[in-house]
Design a protein around this ligand. Structure first.
Ligand SMILES: [Cu+2]
Length: 436
């Protein structure tokens, strides 16, 4: 009996020692993630106040205060502990029950220790208008120096946020003020500008949306998705920052099945803005649509150069905007087409039928009226005026199939009349010519 007890105790001791050793090998020491001596500020008051129209799914918005004409934002770099997924499928209720494959593995929970701004990872989306002057008060509550780089923004060199180059990095506990004007429009990024390989990959990143003073066509829903990738060794909450064998892939700091669907009503115009602050490109595919690619991190694409895509490749450090009318109702997959990127922690789970994971969510286009399916090309046949109204007026035509058929009918009659007119005109011309 004593011998058995001794063996158990010896095993426990050995395991403990091994665990400690593994811990040292695998874990980033807590003090490097969070300095206990730095008291973390409360979330700034402007957080959670909607300041514009974009919806960065899963990320709280940030408002601003006004100092004269200057919009004042506060960004506090902080350690953040959060779930990539709590294993609850947030979109399952959209899927018809009889389509669900029930005999499958359940998702695993994933809690992580990362870095973010104002308690959020990624940081809140900064939303402004072209011509706005902003003041951004940056406070560093991380255990090491940091700075913020405004990625893609044309501004004075002194405001670029390249810590150690254009400015001394901001020491732990200290603050700095950035102030500049937005002269461009489009989708841009912000991220740490100091010790970037570590700090950006630890999550210090966010999106900037600069609206034009007025859009040519009203956008009903404007979504932002930031792409990031991570290495987590088994059972570890801290990302392994030295490896490039990424095994977790996030939209806005979440993985499926915890990424909420992009929901929109049929006929509404939507924009989806992707930003990539990971180390690889991600070809994001959306089912059911081919969509005009309308913007990059260089701003809007000129109208005569816009073309349609069903997969949009987003390189590291770039943004891509799609804008289209949600004409096609149903539940459509949105996912990275590097299929390793739609599996969570491939190192941990034996290969089998997986639930949804990684960069994977849905475009859910609600059709209240449950009408007969009509392809836009069937409508385009009707008339130019008709098709134009489809893409400019959400209340219109698509919601009324009968109207479509009626129009098709009258158009074909119209065409017949015009054909007759043309023929008689041709005859007249020939007749006239014959007379001269
Ligand atoms: Cu990918």
């Amino acid at each position: 009996m004593k011998l058995i007890l001794k063996i158990i105790l010896f095993n426990l001791l050995l395991n403990n020692l091994l665990d400690c050793k593994m811990d040292k090998m695998l874990n980033v020491p807590t003090k490097r993630w969070k300095d206990k001596k730095i008291k973390l500020s409360k979330v700034p008051q402007q957080m959670n106040k909607q300041m514009g129209v974009v919806n960065t799914i899963g990320v709280k918005p940030i408002g601003y205060e006004l100092d004269g004409d200057i919009k004042v934002f506060k960004l506090i770099a902080q350690p953040v502990e959060k779930y990539f997924t709590d294993a609850i499928d947030v979109n399952e209720h959209y899927i018809p029950k009889h389509n669900l494959y029930t005999n499958r593995m359940k998702s695993i929970k994933k809690k992580v220790r990362v870095w973010g701004y104002n308690g959020s990872m990624p940081g809140p989306t900064i939303e402004v208008f072209k011509g706005d002057r902003v003041r951004i008060i940056f406070k560093n509550e991380l255990p090491e120096p940091s700075s913020i780089h405004w990625h893609g923004i044309e501004l004075p060199n002194s405001q670029d946020g390249s810590g150690g180059v254009t400015e001394p990095p901001v020491e732990p506990g200290e603050s700095k003020i950035y102030e500049f004007t937005f002269h461009q429009e489009g989708t841009f990024l912000y991220h740490s500008g100091f010790n970037m390989m570590k700090q950006d990959m630890y999550g210090l990143s966010g999106v900037i949306v600069v609206h034009p003073k007025e859009y040519k066509k009203k956008i009903d829903k404007d979504f932002v998705i930031l792409l990031q990738e991570w290495v987590f060794l088994p059972g570890n909450k801290n990302p392994n920052l030295a490896s490039m064998d990424f095994n977790w892939f996030t939209f806005n700091g979440l993985v499926a099945p915890s990424i909420p669907a992009l929901t929109i009503k049929k006929g509404e115009r939507m924009r989806i803005r992707f930003g990539n602050l990971s180390m690889h490109s991600h070809p994001i595919h959306i089912h059911g649509y081919s969509m005009p690619w309308v913007g990059t991190d260089g701003g809007p694409i000129p109208e005569n150069s816009v073309f349609n895509v069903s997969t949009i490749n987003i390189p590291p450090g770039a943004t891509r905007d799609l804008e289209f009318v949600a004409w096609n109702p149903g539940i459509w997959r949105i996912h990275c087409h590097k299929l390793h990127h739609i599996v969570n922690s491939h190192a941990e789970i034996p290969m089998t039928i997986m639930p949804r994971g990684g960069m994977f969510t849905f475009l859910y286009v609600i059709d209240d009226k449950n009408e007969k399916w009509v392809h836009p090309s069937q409508i385009n046949k009707c008339s130019n005026k008709f098709s134009k109204s489809l893409f400019s007026d959400k209340r219109n035509i698509l919601s009324n199939t009968k109207e479509v058929l009626k129009q098709e009918d009258s158009i074909s009659k119209d065409t017949d009349i015009k054909k007759d007119e043309n023929e008689s005109n041709t005859k007249n011309i020939i007749f006239n010519n014959a007379n001269t």
